[in-house]
Design a protein around this ligand. Structure first.
Ligand code: BGC
Length: 244
């Protein structure tokens, strides 16, 4: 099945048609830059531009950086509170002219890694973490997703812990890899007290440079980089829509 996957991040909407059987992108992703917080109208225009770019007429899967239940948007972190409590599936359907399915962005990335990447074939407890503007999290057991886990929002000195340990926090604080990894290790220790994964997959833009920094991380669980790099969000959004 061919589905247009769109991944919404803190700095861009990115989309490409995906073959959901193979997990392959069928074209170069089209990227529309945004800044966060992003007004709803701006975001919908970005999605429309991506659909138009590919002259898309089929289903659309959208990885959205907030809680999503049955197309309805709940609490939203960095993208802005204007998106909250809206029927996201209906909004994106109107914007793109195509049937649209919404899934949390980290859940989408996790679905792709479980099917085609670092979590393939794993039946034990797997935690996918994405480091970007925020920290996304997705939990799998026996290959099944437990949706909308928000481990980026664990309170840490009065703020969500993603403000302290995301990739954006590294940039904001001009932190070296070892200094940032100290923060990530604090985060991982907290998370491993809450759940006991067998495998942790690290994704998001920074995973492309994991050879530099993954060695600084300390966990009880096995820890590996995502295999699909930045495409996981697009592929997973398409997979979720294809399965809906
Ligand atoms: C949001 C999550 C999202 C993560 C990564 C957090 O701020 O609350 O839903 O998965 O950012 O984008």
């Amino acid at each position: 099945m061919r589905v247009l996957g769109i991944d919404i991040g803190g700095s861009a909407f990115k989309g490409a048609p995906v073959d959901t059987k193979t997990g392959r992108l069928l074209a170069e992703p089209h990227r529309v830059a945004i800044t966060s917080p992003c007004p709803v109208a701006t975001g919908l225009a970005a999605a429309r531009e991506i659909a138009r770019h590919f002259a898309w007429r089929g289903p659309v899967g959208i990885g959205f950086p907030g809680i999503v239940r049955d197309g309805q948007i709940g609490a939203v972190g960095n993208l802005g509170h204007g998106w909250e409590n809206k029927n996201g599936a209906a909004l994106f359907r109107r914007a793109t002219g195509c049937k649209s399915y919404l899934v949390n962005d980290a859940d989408a990335a996790g679905l792709a890694e479980m099917r085609f990447g670092a979590g393939r074939g794993r039946q034990d407890a797997v935690l996918m973490l994405t480091f970007g503007t925020g920290i996304g999290s997705a939990v799998f057991h026996r290959g099944q997703l437990f949706p909308n886990v928000e481990f980026g929002h664990i309170p840490w000195y009065g703020e969500p812990i993603e403000r302290y340990a995301s990739a954006a926090a590294k940039t904001r604080g001009r932190l070296s890899w070892p200094s940032w990894c100290k923060r990530v290790n604090v985060y991982l220790r907290v998370v491993e007290r809450l759940v006991s994964p067998d495998l942790i997959i690290i994704g998001g833009g920074v995973s492309a440079e994991c050879e530099t920094w993954l060695r600084y991380l300390r966990t009880d669980a096995e820890i590996v980089p995502a295999r699909m790099n930045n495409d996981a969000g697009i592929v997973g959004a398409a997979l979720a829509a294809g399965a809906s």
